[in-house]
Design a protein around this ligand. Sequence first.
Ligand SMILES: Cc1cc2nc3c(=O)[nH]c(=O)nc-3n(C[C@H](O)[C@H](O)[C@H](O)COP(=O)(O)O)c2cc1C
Length: 174
Amino acid sequence: MIAIVVGTNRKNSVSRQVANYYSQILDQKGAENRIVDLVDIPDDFVGTALYENNGRNESFNTLREKVQSSDKIVFIVPEYNGSFPGILKAFIDGLKYPEGVRDKKGALIGVSSGVQGGVLAMAHLTDILNYLGMNVLALKPKLAGIESNFTDGKVTNDLYNQLLNDQANRLIEF
Ligand SMILES: Cc1cc2nc3c(=O)[nH]c(=O)nc-3n(C[C@H](O)[C@H](O)[C@H](O)COP(=O)(O)O)c2cc1C
C-alpha cells in the first residue's frame, strides 16, 4: 500500500489536487494507494495528540495509522515560506516514535507558486525523514510555477508529467 500524504491542512489546496492526480498515475500502473490529507487533522490535536498525549486522540490516530501501516509513502510538499508547512512537521512529531516511518520507502513531490518548486522544502523534509530511518527516493519532481502548469486537475507541463511518471515507476520498484 502506498500512502499519499497531502502536506498541508489548507482547505482546497493545490497539493490535494496534485495528490489526486498522482493517485491516478499509480492507479494506471496498478499500484494500490490511498490519500491522507492533513486537512483532516483534528483542530484540537496540538493539545490532545502530542507529547504526553501521544496516541490518545482517536481521530489523529486514525489518520496516522493510514501512514504507519503503509510500506511506501509519497509526500506532496507545498512550499511555505521557503520550507515545508509546519503542520506537516507537527504531524510527524505526533507519529509513533521511533517506529513511525522507520524502514519505510518514501518519495517527495514539491509544489510552489514561485520558481523553486519546493527544492529547499524537500531538502529540509528529507533530512528529517532520513533521521527517522526512512529511505527517500532520489528523484524528487519540483513542480514550480504550479498555477501555470496545472489546470482542471491535470499537470499540463510535459517535463513535469515525465518526471512524475518516472518517479512513480521507481517508487513501485523501490
Ligand atoms: C503560508 C504560505 C506560504 C507560502 N510560501 C511560499 C513560498 O515561500 N514560495 C512559493 O513559491 N510559494 C509560497 N506559497 C504559495 C504555495 O506554494 C502555493 O499556494 C501552492 O499552490 C502550494 O500550496 P497549496 O497546496 O496550499 O495550494 C505559500 C503559500 C502559503 C499558504
